[in-house]
Design a protein around this ligand. Sequence first.
Ligand code: GLC
Length: 534
Amino acid sequence: MKKELWWKTSVIYQIYPRSFQDSNGDGVGDLKGIIERLDYLQWLGIEAVWLSPIYPSPMADFGYDISDYQDIHPLFGSLADFDELLEAVHSRGMKLILDFVPNHTSDKHPWFLESRSSRDNPKRDWYIWQDAAEDGGLPNNWLGVFGGSAWEWDEVTGQYYYHGFLKEQPDLNWRNPEVREAMLNTLRFWLDRGVDGFRVDVIWHMIKDAQLRDNPVNPDYTEYMPTYDRLLPVYSTDQPEVHEVIREMRELMDSYEERMMVGEVYLPVHRLMTYYGVDNKGAHLPFNFQLISLPWDAAVIAAAIDEYEGALPTDGWPNWVLGNHDRPRIVSRIGTEQARVAAMLLLTLRGTPTMYYGDEIGMRDIPIPFDEVQDPQGLNMPEKNLSRDPCRTPMQWDDSNNAGFSSGKPWLRIDQRYVRNNVELQRNDPDSILSLYRKLIALRQREPSLVLGVYTPVFADQQMIVYLRTYDGSASFLVALNLSHRPAYFRPVEGQYLGVVVVSTNTELEGTRVSGSLSLAGDEAVVVRLDRED
Ligand code: GLC
């Protein structure tokens, strides 16, 4: 395949380090554990690994509250372990992406401790401090994503500080040049060590309205939504000046060789696109969460793919995501059978795919009894079923004790069905979802059309999505997916789309010829290598 940038051709695999592999029996996954499992990822065909945060942290939000940006939390190991991991990743021809959390620090970070110590501390302005309103109330109506007001009163200095998430996660003031410099230095620290890229946490939150104006009420709010959705966060997020900051981060990346940034952005497509930046000098990949957010409906998804493809800036590289540590797992959203169809969609669309650990074996969300809930989002809004613990349970490796994850008591329950659903079993089963993932990834690696090729929509209705992937001089592929449980048909003009099924959710179809109409059973999907026309 033509030499292309790694972040365009690789499949990215997200590891939630707490839950991947524990090597020392404390019930929490760690870096040495990840090293032990790299051979598995290589076998699967993964070429880039993203780790959720591994830095020192009081763990109020499981590592997304960082108290030191330049070290490793002892739970996960040491800097020496990290260097070993990086070396082990690179020696397998893979890349390592770290999570970078620039919007907020932990309230235990030395910067915040200084900042809150007095009003005239030199770091006071590193965070967002405000006087009470004239009536003694909150500075404005902004809400925290995890519930309640986004303002926390500080008794000692008599001001409020702003936190878009937990009160233990005060927001940095990115309008302050010293903050920018200090944070860019933390990036340099990891870039110099050889890290290949960063997933940038809540990148669209980084700058807030300079006047701190009240957010308007959301007219579509219902009591079933998270309380945060009562308002439209038009002044607290997605401000124009954020793009200057992203550009600075990008310039830093570009001063090293082949490094990349993928930005976490939950916004409508037309806003999402602005995160590619002017002249594509923003985030290399602003995460595209459509497949996570939209209802699993063929017509809706087909339209969303077209909208996304059409909205991309020239030379903006697309990407697709099926799951992450904040959202319900794909199997729990659409069922075991459709999760296979989703795998085929993810791995045959145009753009870099990001997979979430365990989705390749069809792991599901596990009910966590209320007295075991750990996620602050779940604890703060107990009546809304928002806990993210169910999608963060330990990886199911084999049928031994604790699914091979740990010799100690796991920090979070393991799916009791692990005995029947684990990597080892599925590895040896050609019909398993794991085998399907592996085949699809291998096919992508062999076929330029599936990675670099053009995407052309062919047909969509209430059940099916059909599209073509073509690339000059290479074999073309027709992908047909049945997103329903009922049989579905696609009848092209006679003589069109003749070829052979190379991968299917139903292995019996592999190797069969397609000529004329294509009929798929419920939950079935095929990738067809088209006959050459010459
Ligand atoms: C992002 C992370 C999420 C975290 C939040 C606050 O959305 O993915 O896990 O809780 O940011 O840092």
